[in-house]
Ligand binder design. Structure first.
Ligand code: T46
Length: 134
């Protein structure tokens, strides 16, 4: 599975940094931005795939793990740098866990919210990618 980390350009200063997302930093047109916060350390988010949605996950604060599955491989990525985002393409199962205290996960998405784009059952996901890879 190909993992795509996107570097967020930053303006460094002794008074702190500015991360700037503009122009071509995100490889899709942005339709929605949302963020996860106040997530208990025991909580697991995600647990689904999307048929079409592309998303860039940026750990604005703290850290968390993202488990990605493509039906063959499983990869765990720790996100803990606000200038490094993880691009998740469509048809990838994702689970988010091990949120640190104060972690904030900002998500930049290619589409508005659409429940019909979700595959929330893992067996359905395996069947879906099998059908769509043929
Ligand atoms: C992903 C991780 C990082 C909305 O009404 N609008 C929205 O934009 C979103 C994201 C959610 N919702 C509703 C739908 C559900 O009733 O909020 C509830 C929980 O949503 P969801 O199951 O999508 O939440 P997470 O945090 O488990 O997953 C989300 C994204 O769906 C997912 O693609 O990568 O955040």
């Amino acid at each position: 599975m190909e993992i795509q980390i996107i570097e967020i350009p930053k303006i460094k200063n002794t008074k702190g940094n500015i991360g700037v997302i503009e122009m071509d930093v995100v490889p899709f047109d942005i339709k929605r931005v949302y963020y996860l916060y106040d997530v208990p350390s025991s909580a697991k988010r995600g647990g689904h795939a999307h048929k079409a949605l592309l998303q860039l996950l940026i750990p604005l604060s703290g850290s968390f793990d993202v488990v990605l599955k493509d039906g063959t491989e499983k990869i765990t990525i720790t996100l803990n740098k606000p200038d490094r985002g993880l691009l998740i393409k469509s048809n990838i199962w994702r689970e988010l866990e091990n949120f640190s205290s104060g972690a904030v996960c900002m998500v930049i998405a290619s589409e508005v919210y659409d429940e019909d784009d979700y595959i929330r059952n893992y067996d359905d996901f395996l069947a879906y990618i099998k059908t769509n890879q043929q």
